[in-house]
Design a protein around this ligand. Structure first.
Ligand code: HOZ
Length: 430
């Protein structure tokens, strides 16, 4: 049977006959960095091992959910215990209440929330609610920000859409495109200009408080506060997409990190501890407009799945009880300081954007605070760097426009090994 193959090349060949590009999500393909994807056999702590026995220190961490590392024993145990009690009920259960309470404890502005199956679903539902609540149809999003693959977000989108050169995807209707206004991240004047084009018709501004899908780009001082003000001035809702930043910047997310409170917040990734999940929530008066208390329809067979909730509860409980944030911050700092030193030694110009345990290295440019600067980064050089690091036992995102994550399972030894590998990688690409 082909799926018993222990050869990456053979598996990729078979996968390509079955799935577009051999993958189930474009960002997993190695097209933009050269080469072909590795097929993972197992993963544990900070490492992943492929079917050929190659082992890597992993900084993708499943694109963010694995803040505790791969297969954390307490999370696996919680999943096993939940699974034997039933994989899905399509009915109410206690796990969903416990998870909602845990989220709300740290994000009290999510006065009510709804659990769904992915970040895409959560973002698309939050925007539907914003439109219904305001009676307006347009939304403002930012170039290079990614909110999942619903039609209205695939305009100037980040992540795989940017990596593979289709930031505005075919298949999105003119109507959907017309209702999505795009502004420039960190540029409040561009947001105000969008508001002015459709003065009384903007339902919401949706933003990643720290952009992380065009690589990590930090909000300038006052940017998020400025968005809050503009939304209030023009009667629009502010939606924070915290699918990546939620429980990554700290337990309280962007509200605590930046002191700005959104009307609606979108979560995913970490709150499911590696199982499929998403959530959206916010002001009670808004959330009560969701069916069945209100007329705004949104539903899901597997929403609030008990096994996913159990993984999320275990993950958030560990984050709360063990507080690994200072450790992750220290390791991320060690990685970022060491990387800057290595870049300097190799004479490679680059910008390194870091916040908490997430970062992105942009080659060929000194500083990156905007989408325009992201687009000036040397993605080809990143491809060569990626290949050299993969060869040396470090698994980085196969795209120049993604975040790299340090988890609580990474160790000082992992970081030192990474920096040693990087020294040689930089020499080979300089
Ligand atoms: N936000 C993730 C990457 N930036 C999405 C992962 C995916 O598209 O598979």
């Amino acid at each position: 049977m082909s799926n018993a193959a222990t050869d990456n090349g053979q598996l990729y060949k078979t996968a390509c006959t079955l799935m577009p590009g051999g993958v189930n999500s474009p960002v997993r393909a190695f097209g933009s960095v050269g080469g072909s994807p590795r097929f993972i056999d197992h993963a544990n702590g900070s490492t992943m091992t492929d079917v050929e026995g190659n082992r890597w220190i992993d900084y993708v961490c499943s694109w963010g959910p694995l803040i505790l590392g791969h297969a954390h024993p307490a999370v696996v145990d919680a999943v096993q215990q939940a699974a034997v009690k039933g994989l899905s009920y399509g009915a109410c259960h206690r796990y969903e209440i416990t998870l909602a309470e845990l989220i709300q404890k740290h994000m009290p502005h999510m006065q009510m929330l709804r659990l769904v199956n992915s970040g895409t679903e959560a973002a698309m539902s939050a925007v539907r609610l914003a439109r219904a609540a305001t009676g307006r149809s347009a939304i403002i999003k930012f170039e290079g920000c990614y909110h999942g693959h619903a039609d209205s977000f695939l305009i100037a989108a980040g992540s795989g859409a940017l990596t593979f050169g289709t930031p505005s995807s075919p298949g999105v209707t003119e109507g959907a495109a017309k209702d999505t206004l795009t502004a420039t991240y960190n540029d409040l004047a561009s947001v105000e200009a969008c508001f002015k084009t459709q003065e009384n018709n903007v339902a919401c501004v949706i933003v990643e408080p720290v952009a992380a899908n065009m690589g990590v780009v930090l909000p300038n001082e006052g940017f998020l506060q400025g968005l809050r003000k503009l939304c209030d001035q023009y009667g629009a809702l502010l939606v924070f997409d915290e699918v990546i930043t939620g429980f990554r910047l700290g337990l309280g997310g962007a509200r605590v990190a930046f002191g700005v409170t959104a009307d609606l917040t979108v979560l995913g990734k970490i709150i499911g501890g590696g199982m499929p999940i998403g959530a959206y929530g916010g002001r009670k008066d808004l959330m009560q407009q969701i069916a069945p208390t209100g007329p705004v329809y949104q539903a899901g067979t597997l929403s609030g799945n008990p096994v996913a909730c159990a993984a999320g509860i275990a993950t958030l409980s560990i984050l709360e009880n063990e507080n690994p944030y200072p450790k992750m911050q220290r390791l991320a700092q060690m990685l970022s300081d060491g990387t800057k030193q290595n870049l300097n030694d190799a004479g490679i110009p680059a910008a390194l954007n870091q916040i908490a345990s997430m970062m992105t290295l942009f080659f060929g440019i000194e500083s990156v605070t905007s989408y325009a600067e992201v687009m000036k980064a040397d993605a080809k050089l990143y491809g060569r760097y990626h290949a050299a690091m993969l060869q040396a036992g470090v698994y980085l995102a196969p795209s120049a426009f993604e975040a790299m994550f340090v988890s609580a399972a990474h160790t000082e030894d992992d970081i030192q090994k990474t920096l040693d590998a990087q020294k040689n990688a930089f020499k080979s690409i300089a």
